[in-house]
Design a protein around this ligand. Structure first.
Ligand SMILES: [Zn+2]
Length: 368
């Protein structure tokens, strides 16, 4: 095989789509002696990673590569680790410079190693062997993966926009990111292709969230939020679809969630064109209602808090996405009980699992 074709093949084969090692990443990023940071741009995510100076070269946690390239740890025996996705298999061995990419042996400049309980790899594995691919890049037909349902999960807020803030400075943006990542992992394991609008604590305009979904033509858009109300006794879960607001309360919630629009100037740095068409088609509306009902059913059962039902509201991201889209309010940070729940990892995981199951329920029953 010519080196050009080999190279091409390697590039194409690096188009995975599932995910993993989620919970490790924050720990990995925060620790260690940090030197230059890089942005790992995989097909699944863009991950900022601090490199670690080790053995006179630079390393990064393999978890960051897994996250960016959508790799799942498929097998390990404490020394040898096999990561895989539908297009990529990466085998590495602690203490060894030999690795295997899709069956081809590669020699790393330094051995894979452990550092503070974290498996790290030479940074050049990411910089040299893994191509720089943007999410949503299309594959040539011959190599296209079997169609997998593409879902976008949108953790609300981020960066300078904390969303709802509860007592003790509990921030909506952090809670919903974690719920979205867990739900993503579950759906990916289930065979869906899931794209998050944000992977970390960054500001992302509502316009760009909707534009991402439209550009990637996902089949379902799910925005994940936590609620707040002046009435501290208000509690429970609710799920919205787009329609002219059905009640004063729906209008109020949409007003809060859209408030960040004030920060978004049309000429802002991340603005590049108008919003998508309004999500007002009858079919999309019907599908959105079905998705909202399926998710809300699972969510209220798992959360064990009052079921506030499904509602219509004019959320920006619902209005401007072109596919069925819903917005989930996972609980009230203004309510003491629900704030305690949502700051408890087990409860968040249960909420994430319920969201993933609700989405599966919707997908299984939708007309083709
Ligand atoms: Zn929110």
């Amino acid at each position: 095989m010519s080196s050009f074709r080999k190279n091409l093949r390697r590039r194409l084969l690096f188009r995975p789509s599932s995910v993993l090692l989620g919970c490790l990443l924050p720990i990995l990023i925060s620790g260690g002696l940090s030197v230059p940071a890089i942005i790992l741009r995989g097909p699944v995510a863009r991950i900022p990673v601090r490199s670690i100076r080790h053995q006179e070269t630079l390393y990064i946690p393999v978890a960051a590569i897994a996250r960016a390239y959508g790799l799942v740890l498929e097998a390990e025996d404490g020394r040898s680790f096999l990561f895989g996705s539908d297009r990529l298999r990466l085998r590495i061995e602690a203490g060894s410079r030999e690795a295997e990419l899709n069956g081809e042996k590669i020699i790393l400049d330094h051995p894979v190693d452990w550092r503070d309980g974290t498996l790290i790899v030479p940074i050049y594995l990411a910089l040299v062997n893994l191509p720089d691919l943007a999410p949503g890049e299309d594959l040539p037909p011959a190599l296209a993966a079997p169609a997998r349902t593409r879902i976008m999960l949108d953790p609300g807020h981020g960066g300078l926009d904390p969303g709802a803030v509860g007592e003790g400075l509990v921030q909506e943006k952090e809670i919903v990111l974690e719920i979205a990542q867990t739900a993503r992992d579950i759906l990916e394991a289930d065979g869906c292709r899931v794209i998050l609008t944000r992977e970390d604590d960054r500001y992302l305009s509502l316009r760009n969230r909707a534009r991402m979904a439209n550009r990637l033509q996902v089949e379902l858009f799910v925005s994940i939020h936590a609620n707040a109300a002046h009435n501290q006794l208000a509690l429970g879960t609710e799920t919205f679809f787009y329609a002219p607001a059905s009640s004063l309360w729906s209008r109020t919630v949409a007003g809060w969630e859209n408030a960040v629009l004030k920060l978004e100037t049309p000429a802002g740095p991340d603005y590049a064109g108008g919003p998508g068409e309004e999500n007002s088609g009858d079919k999309r509306r019907r599908e959105s209602v079905r998705a909202a009902a399926a998710v809300q059913k699972r969510l209220s059962a798992a959360a064990g808090t009052p079921d506030r039902g499904i509602k219509a509201a004019e959320f920006y991201v619902l209005k401007h996405t072109r596919m069925p889209s819903i917005l989930i309010e996972t609980g009230f940070l203004s309510n003491r009980l629900e704030r305690e729940y949502l700051t408890d990892r087990r409860h968040r995981d249960a909420v994430a699992e319920a969201i993933a199951r609700g989405i599966r329920d919707y997908l299984e029953l939708r007309p083709r």
